[in-house]
Structure formats: C-alpha cells, structure tokens
Design a protein around this ligand. Structure first.
Ligand code: SF4
Length: 330
C-alpha cells in the first residue's frame, strides 16, 4: 500500500519528468484512482486516442492496456508512446487474431462463466473473411493494430449502431465482442454475424447480481455497459459506454446509480457528482489488466523511456484507415 508521503513524492517526481520529457499522461477511466489523479486527460479509449492525435507533447504516457497505446501510436506516429506496464493486455482483444491461434482460456471460462466459444482457437479473422467473402468487418476499438488493419472500419461502444448503419451492405461481421454485437443486432435491421469473444470483466456479471443490487438500492437507476451479457442489459434502465455513463448520471434527475462497468469509473463519477451516490453492480467488476499500472510504474516508464509502443507502417496505415473511416462518420 502506498502511503500519503510516498504518493506525494511520486506525484512530485512525475511532475518533474513531465516537464523534462515534454510528456502528457493519458489515463483510461478504469485505471486506479491515484493514476487517474496524476493524468492530464482521463477518458475512454477513443477520447484518449483523439487526445493523443491532438497533442503537441513529444511523449505520451498511456496508462491503459496494450491496444490503447497502439491506437495512440497509429494516430500519432511521430510521438513516443509509452505503456508503463508491458503485460497490461486485454483478454477480449486477444480473442481474435489475424494469424496464429488466439488466446481464449476456454477451460477457465467454461468453469467460471459457463461460457463456450463458437470457433476453435485456430480460427482466425482471415478464416472468417474466407468464410464470408465480401462481408465487411466492423472491429471494436478493443482489438490489436493487426486486426484493425484487416478490418473495414472500427467502432466504439457508443457508435457501433451508427457505424453498422453507415455501411451499404446488409450483412456485417462484428468483432470481437459477442455482447456488443447482440446490443447492435437489436438496434439495426442489418444481419450481424458476431465473433465469439467477450470481456472477462463484464461477462462475469449476471441477472442475479442485478436483482441483488436492486434489492440493496431500490431507488437507484441501473446503468450498464453493452459489454455486459444480454440478460443483464435487459434489466438495466440505461445501456451506454463509459463516456455515456458520465453524461447520463450527470444529467439525470436521479440521485442513486448502480453502475455495471469496471469499478474504476466510479472514481470519476463520484468526483464529478459529489451529491449523488454510486454503487458497483458487482465487486467482481475489476479488470486486473487495468489495475496493473501504479504510480511507481509511471515513474519507472518515464525514467527509463519504457515500454515504447510503435506500430510498424505496414500495419499502421491500413489500421489508421479503419479508424479514420469511423471518425469521419461519428
Ligand atoms: S475491461 Fe474488458 S475490454 Fe477493458 S481492458 Fe479489461 S478485459 Fe479488456
């Protein structure tokens, strides 16, 4: 546990390093509170990538997971992008690959979530494209740069329906999140072929968790992320992205909210709405990868200029095309 004096000295060191490196610190909404507190900008992955693209700093310290730092590198190739914890990955992003077997931990998920996969681990995005020739691929931003490069257009949890509707084809492949695909399927007349991935953190909540939370907080509105399973979405008052949750809770006339996303968002929700009460839907809603980054990791990364995330040009250019295409329509 970091005590107050240590935290203060880490803050001071980070401020010095920011000046000497001409660095900006970006932190995802799911980061630890103390990491969010030292960030220049806190937001969702798209907001942070956009901030990375706009900044005139030389160094971007990305407190998040690997695919997010890659997106910053795709949009800001001239900057040095640092990911403080190199092992901060995303299990959902790992569930789709362009070539080579994907990481699905299927025995673990069968046991803990009672969930199975449609495709074998050897099944790649290229196999999907061969199976459905000519069907466009919509890639959630929670994918690797290599996967984005093989896709037609990217989407986020807030614009997925708009992106799907923007395509002229009637059938669309959505990767990698099965729950986000189901969310979109209900809101479009297009046929969506879903990949079979999911977010381990959002998949682990259940309708029973919603029922129990509502019993504990009968006056609270239930707000959940579209990465949650469909039966959880069905019980919610509102389904939206993290930036949508921040907006919704601020504008709502209600005073209590049960939040169905990674618990890090509560830090910002509470700070921005001191008169309102927020309760996490389930204590299991913690992403271990998002929690890897600590203040010490940030100092180490800045002192040693590590770990530099650089997407090679042959991947960056097609991946940027997919991101740009999304940005043009949203
Ligand atoms: S919360 Fe889910 S989608 Fe986000 S980084 Fe963690 S595993 Fe990936």
């Amino acid at each position: 546990m970091t005590d107050n004096a240590t935290t203060a000295s880490l803050h001071e060191r980070i401020e010095q390093l920011k000046k000497s490196l001409n660095a900006i610190i970006l932190a995802h909404n799911y980061q630890r509170p103390e990491v969010q507190d030292i960030a220049d900008i806190t937001g969702d992955s798209l907001e942070l990538s956009r901030a990375a693209a706009r900044t005139d700093h030389d160094v971007i310290v990305f407190c998040g997971v690997h695919f997010m730092a890659e997106s910053a590198s795709i949009l800001s190739p001239d900057k040095t992008v640092l990911l403080p914890e190199i092992d901060a990955g995303c299990p959902m992003a790992d569930m789709v690959t362009v070539e080579g077997p994907r990481k699905t931990r299927r025995d673990f998920y069968a046991k803990t979530h009672g969930i199975s996969f449609t495709y074998p681990d050897e099944f790649t995005l290229r196999d999907m494209k061969n199976k459905y020739p000519g069907v466009p691929i919509v890639a959630y931003v929670n994918t690797s740069a290599a996967v984005k490069a093989e896709s037609d257009i990217c989407c986020t949890s807030s614009n997925v329906v708009k992106v799907v509707e923007s395509l002229k084809e009637d059938t669309i492949i959505c990767i990698p999140d099965r729950n986000l695909s189901s969310f979109a399927t209900r809101r479009t007349s297009k046929k969506i072929i879903a990949w079979d991935g999911f977010c381990n953190t959002h998949q682990r909540v259940s309708a029973e968790d919603v029922k129990a939370a509502k019993e504990r907080h009968p006056y609270a509105r239930v707000v959940v992320h579209p990465e949650c399973p469909l039966d959880v979405q069905d019980m919610a008052d509102h389904i939206t992205s993290t930036s949508g949750m921040l907006r919704y809770c601020k504008e709502s006339k209600h005073n209590e909210f049960i939040i169905g996303t990674e618990e890090g968002l509560l830090h910002r929700l509470k700070a921005e709405n001191p008169d309102k009460a927020f309760f996490i839907l389930s204590d299991a809603m913690v992403c271990p990868n998002m929690k890897r980054t600590k203040l010490e990791s940030v100092v180490r990364a800045m002192e040693g200029t590590e770990h530099v995330i650089k997407v090679p040009e042959e991947t960056r250019i097609p991946a940027k095309r997919a991101l740009d295409r999304m940005l043009e329509i949203t």
